[in-house]
Design a protein around this ligand. Structure first.
Ligand code: OAD
Length: 243
């Protein structure tokens, strides 16, 4: 892979890199991307219709079956070289903020610290009624219930139409507003507000770099666009920094 001219110099002189990742980063771990056709049993379902509060209200057992399937799939997956390269990159720059739209926890399993989860986490449960704190819920039933209030539990992820967790949103806005390099990796740049972070960074003068084998709305706006899988491009980029 040939890295674009000037890219390594920009990374070498960076004081604060803000990284935004999407489901493409986990594709090489065998986790299907969000917009990719789901496999097997879930082929005929559209994830954009399952990941909504309305779908949960209408058929909570169906939504729990889908999330249990995703939990099992992710639990079997392992971080890939792209995840590990981001851990190495963080060690090579004065400051790196990692924001992820992924709910799979693979960045953390690879060793990344202080990961800002924009869309929550697949392995956390939440009460759908109140703010009860839930641990060790009985998962052997179709729809697990909250031990505190008896309400239905739901997966602790952000669904379409719901707000981003306030602390993750604040951290992301601050990082995009103060970084000198913004790296957008494996995301279709279609879902807001995550898709707006690159623009915040660019407006205040940061260099935007995209890594994605396919073109996105961000590709033409980026200073550098690397058309490659993140599990290939990221290790090569980090190795080049070390030379
Ligand atoms: P998408 O499924 O929209 O996009 C995945 C992106 O990854 C695409 O642009 C692919 O081209 C790219 N891609 C595929 N394989 C790759 C690889 N090996 N290396 C790098 N890139 C690769 O997923 P997201 O952008 O993450 O939100 O979707 C953002 C949000 O939309 C998700 O968090 C989810 C979804 O709706 C909610 O559930 C709220």
């Amino acid at each position: 892979m040939t890295l674009p001219d000037g890219l390594i110099d920009v990374l070498r002189s960076a004081r604060h890199i803000c990284v935004l990742t999407g489901s493409g980063v986990s594709a090489e771990s065998g986790v299907p991307t969000f917009r990719e056709a789901q496999t097997g049993l879930w082929e005929k379902f559209d994830p954009q219709q399952l990941a909504t509060p309305e779908a949960f209200q209408h058929d909570p057992a169906l939504i729990w079956r889908w999330y249990r399937w995703r939990r099992e799939l992710v639990a079997r997956a392992e971080p890939n070289p792209g995840h590990y390269a981001l851990v190495d990159l963080a060690a090579r720059v004065p400051q790196l903020t990692l924001i992820t739209q992924n709910v799979d926890g693979l960045h953390q399993r690879a060793g990344s610290r202080d990961v800002r989860e924009f869309h929550g986490n697949l392995f956390v449960d939440r009460c759908s009624v109140g703010d009860c704190v839930i641990t060790g819920a009985d998962m052997r039933v179709d729809v697990p219930l909250c031990r505190e209030c008896g309400g239905r539990l739901r997966p602790g992820v952000v669904w379409f139409g719901e707000s981003i967790p306030a602390d993750a949103l604040r951290a992301a806005d601050n990082a995009a507003g103060s970084c000198d390099v913004f790296l957008s990796i494996g995301t279709s740049s279609l879902v807001w507000p995550a898709a707006g972070l690159a623009e915040i960074a660019q407006r205040q003068g940061a260099s935007v770099i995209e890594i994605n084998p396919d073109a996105t709305p961000l590709t033409g706006q980026s200073r550098f666009a690397i058309s490659e899988k993140s599990g290939v491009a990221l290790p090569e980029l980090v190795d080049s920094l070390a030379l």
